[in-house]
Design a protein around this ligand. Structure first.
Ligand SMILES: Nc1ncnc2c1ncn2[C@@H]1O[C@H](COP(=O)(O)OP(=O)(O)OP(=O)(O)O)[C@@H](O)[C@H]1O
Ligand SMILES: [Mg+2]
Length: 307
């Protein structure tokens, strides 16, 4: 079932077009990755869905109903963890959560219960009384996500939640979001890291210049690429005559201290390894990479995902 649908969504800021006929269908219960470079329109999309911005034209539906910014019942179904941390630095973790809960109309026992729940999700129960200004980047990020969960939304929009976060907190955030998905929540996750999209998301939308270029699972998206292998070899492990032999398998480019080979269409890995064996080369000096979302992005746009 589609929980969130966008049709021909457009949004401009003065002369900048942030969203240009954006179309999207997000399935209920999915972990949907919005993958795109800086300025692609990810935050603008999330801001419109959560009612902080209004589109110039186009339509959004939530569970089949037109999404209306003033509809409180609809608002309660959506949680936004914004890209830029939105917390009160002087206040404690607990007070921040209380404040966000009250904004969503929670009070009394439900409010206290949700504060406990959110502290647990953020793994900050033991730091509940500490002021946010004393927190590390990762702790702030976790709390920034937890505030979006106070009103038990059905759909959580998480805008680049791992930027500036240490690896341990990053893994904690991944685990938390995957748990939330396990409990049936729909997670929309924006990122410009293809590794995150590959690791976390069951559906991925590739966004660039305000448009969704493709959506699908990792596997279906990658099927669009020509079936080339990339083989990396340490340049030092190949002498001149071997380098010439290496070239018979495709196009070779130097890449730092490595040689990168893009194989031809009729390439067979078995032929390649027969050759390494004949030459007395060590097979473990060659790394074989499958195409990635980064390659797909380059294929679709002619640009690198990362600048
Ligand atoms: N309030 C604003 N005023 C003017 N231009 C804006 C505003 N918000 C966004 N833009 C522009 O709209 C485009 C899309 O921006 P958006 O923030 O949605 O991209 P993004 O995909 O979230 O990028 P990032 O990965 O850097 O966060 C950019 O060109 C941006 O400069
Ligand atoms: Mg953004």
């Amino acid at each position: 079932m589609t929980i969130l649908q966008a049709r021909n969504l457009r949004k401009s800021f003065a002369s900048t077009t942030a969203l240009q006929d954006l179309n999207l269908d997000i399935q209920s219960g999915s972990f949907f990755g919005l993958l795109g470079p800086n300025g692609a329109g990810k935050s603008t999309f999330m801001s419109i869905v959560s009612g902080f911005l209004v589109q110039d034209s186009g339509k959004l539906t939530l569970e089949g109903q037109a999404l209306v910014p003033s509809d409180i019942a609809q608002k309660k179904k959506i949680g936004l963890s914004p890209q830029h941390i939105a917390l009160y630095k002087e206040l404690s973790a607990e007070s921040n959560l209380k404040l966000f809960g009250k904004i969503y109309g929670l009070s009394g026992k439900v409010l206290s219960q949700q504060i406990e729940y959110a502290l647990e999700v953020a793994q900050l129960s033991d730091r509940r009384k500490s002021a946010v200004k004393e927190f590390s980047g990762g702790m702030k990020r976790r709390l920034n996500i937890a505030t979006a969960l106070m009103h038990k939304p059905k759909i959580l929009l998480c805008d680049e939640p791992t930027v500036g976060v240490d690896p341990q907190s990053r893994n904690a955030i991944f685990d938390t979001l995957l748990d939330l998905k396990g409990e049936g929540m729909t997670v929309v996750y924006s990122t410009h890291y293809m590794e995150e999209a590959e690791r976390l998301c069951d559906q991925i939308g590739i966004i660039d210049a305000g448009k969704i270029l493709r959506t699908g699972t990792l596997d279906t998206l990658l099927q669009e690429l020509p079936r080339t292998n990339i083989i990396r070899a340490r340049a030092a492990s190949l002498d001149e005559s071997n380098q010439a032999g290496f070239r018979q398998f495709g196009e070779v480019e130097p890449d730092g201290s490595s040689l990168q080979l893009k194989t031809q269409a009729d390439f067979k890995l078995s032929h390649f390894f027969r050759w390494t064996e004949e030459q007395g080369l060590d097979a473990s000096d060659f790394q074989i990479a499958r195409p990635s979302l980064e390659d797909l992005f380059l294929h679709l746009t002619g640009k690198d995902l990362r600048e």
